[in-house]
Design a protein around this ligand. Structure first.
Ligand SMILES: Cc1ncc(COP(=O)(O)O)c(C=O)c1O
Length: 372
């Protein structure tokens, strides 16, 4: 297997822990260990106190799989495999794809969603989200014409990273119907689900809509707990977990014992955690709207509808790459250019989940006035 460097992750590795403000983080403000343990039920607190640091069950702690299954209408705990989110992408694709098969992937995308299938030897066709004057739109007709006889999998990610776009319910149903009519797997990266800015926009999980649908999610983004490295694959097909676990034996074998118990605590307190994080995101969206309205000569805002990121269009002089490197060097603010997502057009990703967004935006504003 030959796999390309993950450009976004390398960029984070180079800058994330050295800058003053990460204005492009995709996760929500993280919780502390003490804060999370305070929310644990008495039973989970007991699990934590008595925890032994041995190997754990490869598929995931039975209590954790019960909590995860509770997020879906029609997924049983037996249909859940716990894995780090990035690992889950890797094992799902390696379990279900073979060289020369065809895969359609929503674009732009988190790189592993298209690079892992490419590295397996699949032909990958991007399905582009299109930037309109104020927001993002999907072309279902274009998706339909992208299917071939060899299409084995369609990969989507809603709420979408990096744009914050969401389909309508009718569009999601059309996507599922197209995958079903071709018998294709539908791998749905739902890492930002449960963080809809208006809860009326929440869509069903794909695992609940389609028997060949796989919902991939985790605690890194909406829950603000990326340090746990806990995610999962959830599906109705009873044959899938064994196929995923055959690969997990070659990645981590089993998940971290402390992380599993902390994940049980987080899912048990999900209403509180999600309400906290959504409040941060909503405040930041309002702040960002004000900022981009006063800098409308430099950016088109392109409002996100869900999740913790947005992808405004850069309209100023030079490229978005040059804007980001200038801001990094002069102000210690890290902004991710759209080129790291292979995005067409000039865009930057704004993270909406961190409490220091106002400081980061203020420094961006200063930088713009010093250079324009
Ligand atoms: C859409 C999407 N899927 C998966 C992941 C991987 O999550 P993690 O970094 O927690 O493994 C990310 C992380 O940014 C993401 O944005």
């Amino acid at each position: 297997m030959r796999i390309e460097p993950f450009r976004l992750e390398r960029y984070f590795a180079a800058h994330e822990f050295r800058v003053k403000h990460v204005l492009s983080a995709s996760d929500c403000e993280s919780l502390s260990l003490a804060g999370l343990l305070e929310m644990a039920s008495p039973e989970t607190a007991e699990l934590w106190r008595g925890l032994r640091l041995g190997y754990t069950e490869s598929q995931g702690h039975p209590r954790l799989r019960e909590e995860i299954a509770g997020l879906y209408e029609s997924v049983a705990p037996e249909g859940v495999v716990v894995a780090a989110p990035e690992e889950a992408i890797f094992i799902a694709m390696h379990a279900l794809l073979a060289p020369d098969e065809h895969v359609i992937v929503l674009a732009p995308a988190y790189q592993s969603l298209h690079e892992v299938p490419r590295s397996i030897g699949c032909e990958v066709t991007p399905w582009p989200l299109e930037a309109g004057a104020h927001g993002w739109r999907l072309d279902i007709g274009r998706l339909e014409s992208s299917f071939t006889e060899r299409t084995r999998m369609l990969v989507v990610n809603f709420p979408h990273n990096p744009t914050g776009a969401m389909p309508t319910r009718a569009e999601l149903e059309a996507i599922v119907a197209l995958a079903a009519s071709r018998g294709a797997w539908l791998l749905s990266d739902e890492m930002y689900r449960l963080l809809e800015h208006d809860s009326a926009d929440r869509l069903p999980a794909v695992a609940d809509l389609y028997d060949r649908g796989i919902s991939l999610s985790g605690l890194s983004k909406a829950f603000g707990l990326p340090g746990l490295r806990i995610g999962w694959l959830a599906a109705r097909d009873p044959a899938l977990p064994a196929r995923f676990l055959a690969l997990k034996d070659y990645t981590t074998i089993c998940s971290s014992a402390p992380s599993e118990v902390l994940a049980i605590a987080a899912l048990g307190a999900r209403d509180r955690i999600l309400a906290r994080n959504l409040a941060i995101v909503r405040t930041n969206v309002a702040e960002a709207e004000r900022f981009f309205a006063t800098h409308a000569d430099s950016f088109d805002w392109l409002a996100p509808r869900a999740g913790s990121v947005a992808f405004p269009r850069w309209r100023g002089e030079g490229t978005a790459d040059r804007l980001c490197s200038g801001l990094l060097d002069s102000s210690g603010v890290m902004l991710v250019p759209g080129s790291l997502f292979n995005a067409t057009g000039e865009h930057v990703r704004i993270g909406l989940g961190r409490r220091d967004l106002p400081e980061g935006l203020a420094l961006l504003g200063k930088f713009l006035s010093s250079t324009c």
